[in-house]
Design a protein around this ligand. Structure first.
Ligand code: GAR
Length: 216
């Protein structure tokens, strides 16, 4: 059973989707610990509801980013995770920690990367009147939202959709695709080799990465 550690900063709806998928055996792994940089993250309450250990490593209590990251790295070392999932973790991580965990740290991002790295992705979709939007799951590198892509989920956006509608729909597809990808990683059907994502026993339908369209 693979040991999964989930890093969060806020609501933790994706954390809950991951935990529920583990309980339902849709993920061949177990969330052994949750780490939040935000002491007030609602995800911490979700973790305790499922009796999952959690720890706050509050970036504000450190005098530098590297001190925060060293503390995070040290704690992760004590857990010996097989997979570290950044699920709504809103801190940028530097070279030292990302290279150390490069083949076992993945991030969920609410846009179709390389379009819209960073914040306010849904607002940008609306501003630019995009007709497609979606999510990306990728291995983490020190470059913001730019590590090797594993999977993307797509939705069509209609003219009259509000920001709230879009956020709701994006969450729905995150809760489907992220657990699916985590399970494939736990089953060693997705892995990183020389900074390239490799797939085993997965039909990519002539695409380079997993691409799913959702009508949600
Ligand atoms: C998710 O939509 C995730 O894609 C996004 O934060 C949300 C967290 O929701 N992540 C980022 O923006 C990372 N740059 P949750 O706390 O309910 O899982």
């Amino acid at each position: 059973m693979k040991k999964i550690v989930v890093l969060i900063s806020g609501s933790g709806s994706n954390l809950e989707a991951i935990i529920e998928s583990c309980t339902a055996k849709k993920i061949n792994g177990k969330v052994i610990h949750v780490i939040s940089n935000n002491p007030d993250a609602f995800g911490l309450i979700r973790a305790s509801k499922f009796n999952i250990a959690s720890k706050v490593i509050d970036h504000k209590k450190f005098s530098s980013r590297i001190d925060f990251e060293n503390s995070l790295e040290e704690f992760l070392d004590t857990l010996s995770p097989d997979l570290i999932v950044l699920a709504g973790f809103m801190r940028i991580l530097g070279t030292k920690i990302t290279s150390k965990f490069s083949n076992k740290m993945i991030n969920l991002h609410p846009s179709l990367l390389p379009v819209y790295p960073g914040l306010h992705t849904h607002e940008k979709v609306l501003e630019n009147k995009d007709t497609r939007h979606g999510i990306s799951i990728h291995y983490v590198s020190s470059e913001l939202d730019a590590g090797p892509l594993i999977a993307q989920g797509f939705i069509d956006i209609s003219k009259d959709e509000t920001l709230e509608d879009i956020i709701k729909r994006i969450h729905k597809i995150e809760h489907l695709l992220l657990p699916e990808v985590i399970n494939e990683i736990c089953n060693e059907n997705i892995y990183l080799d020389n900074n390239e994502v490799k797939y085993r026993n997965i039909n990519l339908h002539n695409q380079k990465i997993i691409k799913r369209s959702y009508e949600i």
